[in-house]
Each structure stands twice: as structure tokens, then as C-alpha cells.
Design a protein around this ligand. Structure first.
Ligand code: SF4
Ligand code: SF4
Length: 384
């Protein structure tokens, strides 16, 4: 393979002392038992290429692309290794050298920034799905894509609701529920729609950083003034909160301060809602980008507790479910093995329903037969 310079931050690489304390929290290590599929092994390989001039081999590429980018290792690491940044920078170099993210994947991801095209394409896909012309499971699609979507109209200008790309096309009903809950607190909501077509999270994961920067600039421009920006997708929220690093401009750093997960925003306002008690036993599945990246997974519990729900914790210490954005499509075997562990944990919790605040996780789990809903859907159902 041709020579590719990784240009990783030496100080970031040096924070890893190879202690291995992160290994039990790495989903790919847990299912393979292979060091090259662990955070420690991946960092060792990055160092060998970055500092030692080792060639980029197929094994190296496999070790990098098999990472779910869940960042469970960051939570576990006592040395504070910024693994997510190291992996993003590695993938940026690999994608620039065309060692990863083939053309078909780049073409598919290009559609995400064209909102109307994405909605129209999704509707066509939904029709094809009804005629069983689409291998939905293999493509990681929801079992029943919507052909039509409810409209989302602005109800005021207190807060923005970031609606994004795939989630808006496939899970508009979650946005409707989220908007209803926010409005029940008395706040007016501006859904972003086509104005902020895509946050660029999937592009960052795939190493397409220049495209992610382009989308980040457009997203910032679409949400002027100083209103809070509420996000109900953990992956999008993590991406929006990282624009300061991605763009490193004063506008980006200011923007980041306004971004908040919808449960973070709602938890201190939950007493404003008039809620019926629910008798549901709800297991909380923490999306990695809420728990390990945003560190904003606790407010979901406050919100659900207000419904008198029987909230149960899964016993896997927040291990990834294997969805990982496009990971479940690109690495179906590993994603399936990782999910199998999550399913065992859910089975032990025996819930009526699983609450998950990320579209990728909810689709991945629903495709395995789990009854799953966004926390805002559960709250919306309980509104009097
Ligand atoms: S990433 Fe952190 S926990 Fe894992 S081996 Fe390196 S220093 Fe240890
Ligand atoms: S990001 Fe997740 S999959 Fe990748 S090395 Fe860290 S714990 Fe493992």
C-alpha cells in the first residue's frame, strides 16, 4: 500500500501507557479477544506507523476500520487517552490516501447533505421495501421505512430542534414527539429541517473530514442568534458539540456552548410537564455518544423517573450495542456479535420497553426484535 502519513498528535499518542485497563470496556476486544482489536493494540499500531515508519498494511487498516468508535475506552482509561481524536485523525489520513471509505460509500454519504433528495430517495426505498425488493436487514434499514412523514412546523423561536438527515427521513415521528414534549414546557420550537441538512457525524467517522467541515459551517449558519440548540440524536449531539475542535473558529466555539441534548435541557424543567404515571418497566440503553462522548446520559433517568417508570439499568456497564453509525452495515459480523451481548443484557433486565436516544442504536436493536422507543416518545405518550 502507498505511503500515508498519519500526522497524529504525538502528545496524544504518548498518553497511552499500555496498561490494558480499557480492554474489558472495548466491545471489539470483548468479542474477538485479539489485542489488535483493542484500544491498546490500535494505539500501538498507530505509533508504529506514525513514529516508526511502519507501512500501512491490510492488517493495520482492518484494525482501524473494525473499531466502532464508541469511545468506551476513553471512559475506562485512567490516563485520559483521547482515543476518539486519534482514531478520527487516523481515519482522515487513511481516507485522504483512499485506503478506506470506497467510492460507493462516499457517494451514498454525499446524499446526506441534500435533504430533499434524501427524503425522496427514502420514500422510494420505502415503496420498494413494501414490494420486498430491498434486503432491509442486510442494509441495516428499519423494518418499515416511512413513505410519508408528518410535517414539522415552527411553533416559536425559543429553541432550535436539530432534525438532521437520516433521523428526519426515517424517524420523523421521534422529532414530532420531541417537539410536543418541548412545547409542553411552554417553549416555542424551530425545527431546522433542510436548513441544517446534516451534522457531518458519519463523515467524520468515515475520515471524510473536509466534507464534515463543510456541513459544520452550513449547520452553524443555519442556526443564528443565541437560542439553545436541542438535539435528540446522541450521535448528532456529539458531533455538534465537537465543532470547536473540527473548525477551531470563534463562531464554532460559541456555537458549541449552545448545544444540549434534549434530556439535558428537559431534566431541570420536568416539573413543568403534567404527566400521567406509566406502569412501564423501562430499560435504559445509553448510546455511546451520549454516555462516553457527551457524558450526558444521567438526565434521561431524571426524565423517566418523573413518569414513575420502573427504570432498570442494564448490567453491561454501558458497553456498545454495535450500531456505530454505518458500522452495522460495514462490519455486520462484528456488529452482530457485539449486539448479541447487549441482547443478553436486555433479556436479563426483562423490560417492557428499551429507551434509546440514538437512531442508529434503536434501529440496530429493533432489527433484532427488541421493543425500543426514544425517551421523548415515552414522555410524549405520558403527557396529559
Ligand atoms: S488507552 Fe488508557 S487504559 Fe487503554 S492501554 Fe492505553 S493508557 Fe491503558
Ligand atoms: S472506540 Fe470502542 S471499539 Fe474502538 S477501541 Fe475504543 S472501546 Fe474499542
Amino acid at each position: 500500500m502507498s505511503r500515508i502519513e498519519l500526522n497524529l498528535d504525538r502528545a496524544e499518542l504518548d498518553t497511552c501507557v499500555s496498561c490494558g485497563l480499557c480492554l474489558p470496556d472495548c466491545p471489539t476486544y470483548r468479542v474477538t479477544g485479539v489485542d489488535a482489536a483493542s484500544p491498546r493494540g490500535r494505539i500501538t499500531l498507530m505509533r508504529a506507523v506514525n513514529d516508526g515508519g511502519a507501512p500501512i498494511t491490510e492488517e493495520f487498516v482492518e484494525a482501524m476500520t473494525s473499531c466502532v468508535q464508541c469511545r468506551g475506552c476513553e471512559t475506562a482509561c485512567p490516563s485520559g487517552v483521547p482515543f476518539g481524536h486519534l482514531m478520527e485523525d487516523t481515519r482522515t489520513a487513511l481516507a485522504a490516501g483512499t485506503a478506506i471509505t470506497p467510492r460507493w460509500q462516499r457517494a451514498a454519504m454525499a446524499v446526506l447533505g441534500h435533504h430533499r433528495l434524501l427524503l425522496a430517495g427514502s420514500s422510494l426505498l420505502a415503496v420498494a421495501q413494501r414490494f420486498r425488493l430491498v434486503p432491509s436487514r442486510r442494509l441495516g434499514l428499519p423494518a418499515r421505512l416511512p413513505i410519508r412523514r408528518p410535517t414539522l412546523q415552527s411553533s416559536g423561536d425559543d429553541v432550535y430542534l436539530f432534525t438532521g438527515c437520516v433521523m428526519d427521513a426515517w424517524q420523523r415521528d421521534v422529532h414530532v414527539a420531541t417537539k410536543k414534549v418541548i412545547e409542553a414546557t411552554g417553549a416555542g420550537v424551530t425545527p431546522t429541517g433542510a436548513g441544517a441538512a446534516c451534522c457531518g457525524a458519519l463523515h467524520t467517522h468515515a475520515g471524510l473530514t473536509p466534507t464534515a467541515r463543510k456541513y459544520a459551517l452550513a449547520t452553524i449558519e443555519a442556526m443564528p442568534l443565541d437560542r439553545p440548540i436541542l438535539v435528540n440524536s446522541a450521535g448528532c449531539g456529539a458531533a455538534l458539540k465537537d465543532y470547536g475542535r473540527l473548525l477551531d473558529t470563534p463562531a464554532a466555539h460559541e456555537f458549541v456552548e449552545r448545544v444540549v441534548d434534549v434530556s439535558e435541557w428537559l431534566a431541570p424543567r420536568i416539573d413543568l410537564l403534567d404527566l400521567d404515571a406509566t406502569g412501564l418497566r423501562v430499560a435504559i440503553q445509553d448510546p455511546c455518544h451520549l454516555r462516553h462522548v457527551q457524558k450526558a446520559h444521567l438526565p434521561v433517568r431524571t426524565v423517566l423517573a418523573a413518569l414513575s417508570a420502573d427504570v432498570v439499568e442494564l448490567d453491561d456497564e454501558g458497553l456498545c450495542c454495535g450500531a456505530g453509525g454505518a458500522y452495522s452495515v460495514l462490519e455486520p459480523e462484528l456488529a452482530g456479535s457485539i449486539r448479541a451481548r447487549k441482547l443478553e443484557s436486555i433479556e436479563r433486565a426483562a423490560p417492557d420497553i428499551v429507551a434509546s436516544a440514538n437512531p442508529g442504536c434503536s434501529i440496530h436493536l429493533a432489527n433484532a426484535g427488541v421493543r425500543v422507543a426514544h425517551p421523548m416518545q415515552i414522555v410524549a405518550e405520558a403527557l396529559r
